[in-house]
Design a binder for this molecule. Sequence first.
Ligand SMILES: *Cc1c(COP(=O)(O)O)cnc(C)c1O
Length: 385
Amino acid sequence: MKNIRYGQQVIDEDDIQSVINVLQSDFLTCGPFVERFEKALCEYTGAKYAVAVCNATAALHLSCLALDLGPKDILWTSPNSFVASSNCGLYCGASVDFVDIDDKTYNLSTVLLAQKLEQAKKNNCIPKVVIPVHFAGASCDMQAIHSLSLQYGFKIIEDASHAVGATYNQLKVGNCQFSDMAVFSFHPVKIITTGEGGVILTNNKALYEKAKLLRSHGITRDTSTVQATGKWFYEMLELGYNYRITDLQCALGSSQLTKIEAYIKRRHEIALRYDQHLHDLPLTLPFRDAKNPSALHLYPILVENNKKNLNRKAVFEKLQEKGIGVNVHYIPIPSQPYYKNLGFDQSHYPKALSYYEKAISLPIHYALTEQEQDYIIQCLYEIFQ
Ligand SMILES: *Cc1c(COP(=O)(O)O)cnc(C)c1O
């Protein structure tokens, strides 16, 4: 029985050696590898500042706090995302709402965003923060979102958890050209991994300093009082957290980052082969914008009407029976029981819901072999035959 996963990490000898080197060094955490990883991420993306943290959920939370999101404020994001994209607003006591998705890209629709902002302006409830999520690894229309932010005065945090290595407007996603901050995830199913990990990228020094302070308890040792009082001195200036990442993780991340172009290239090869082999089947294949290459974290297909009357559930189960570890991204966030209890009605996000009802994520990752992909394609043909 095959067991092909939809996404997984690739760890080579260099990665292992880089972690062993840290184990044999003086610092397992708060050492030099954290800053080295942050510097490498800045060089890679072109962002000025980076704050590496224990996961992307923490990165989103700190980003919201750095932007002073609080109980009187509103945060908007996409319903077609992982729950962390909106939970970060709830952590801050803010209220949360969702902007439905675009039919073609499955990203937050900028047309619907503009309409919702117009309405919110009339009702005096403009969001303080909007979090566009670069679904499946393809950037949202950041230029349009940025110009709306100037018009209506909201801040932008890109949830680029899927989009490490993606390009937008000729630049790497994460450079924050059209946003205040951007967040990456380094969970093992994502493009590069640190086991668990995330980063905040920004070009704004004040946001950088605030996020860095809150990463480690809100404590600083970096004041003139330290000199006056003594070297033991430290001060807690804000109510922060322990959201630090270890040197072990950052050494792994730095090693992985050196290989990212190969990872992305392989994902594009896999997507192209799916495109070529699946277009005759009753499926909608994912759109790709050649001008703004995706990181291709996911390859979501939609099950359309077919002569055997198979729905998404049937196709999903048949693929699983054949040892293909398919998945579904995402159950719309407002459909989750916790959000329903907050009063959200999933029917207000009809596009995210109808996308979800048909979606299956096919395996796509660096370690997926050509034979495994052929097997997946063959199984899909047999299912619809
Ligand atoms: C994975 C993911 C997160 C959370 O990342 P963690 O590093 O696991 O906390 C947030 N948003 C999106 C869109 C994700 O896919």
